[in-house]
Design a binder for this molecule. Sequence first.
Ligand SMILES: [Zn+2]
Length: 228
Amino acid sequence: MTIRYELEPLHRNTPDAEFLDDLKRVADELRATTVTMVQYDERGRFSASALQRRFGSWHRALQRAGLAKVRNINTPQDELFNNLADVWTRLGRQPRMADLTSETSRLSADTYKRRFGGWRNALKAFVRWANCGNADGGQSNGPANGSALIRRRGPREPSLRLRFLVMRRDNFRCCYCGHSPATDPGVELNVDHIKAWAEGGFTVLDNLQTLCTKCNSGKSNLSARAGG
Ligand SMILES: [Zn+2]
């Protein structure tokens, strides 16, 4: 989306019903019971702020259209899980609710509790999500299908889910020196290609290993010397 430095038309002559019909149309398109302002700006005929002005608030506009109040229901499930994978791998252990601070996590523990009916349930749903999918650790998020059986090289960067699977297999420890952020705060783990991606290595579980930043940079120096 580009930011436009234009004054928005005021739509003074647009009747309320026209705004509300368009809001309902967007909800139908999304097959959702509610619409966020961002979603409306992407698909609506008007701007979300025009509706906000007309009806006093976004919530009022939703009410008038017979739609539900926006809660965190709209955070896509993959976003919830990707964020949790990120927190988990950085901690090097299963996160507790108190670990989800504004510094470590983009989403609050309450968001997970509300969405899954408790923290424990959120963790269970996350583990199911991490475990399901392709044998290669899943660059795609959908369940395995016929084409997923074909081994794909994958992009250079592993997905957050694949990073989680690699690190979990390696017990969140560096494969060279054994350090883990769970026991040695300050240790940062990376996922490294065993056969380098530049040399045709695949971004799949069995070609990836967990290394700490120190060992990872030592490895590149070594291979640079060996290569030279
Ligand atoms: Zn190490």
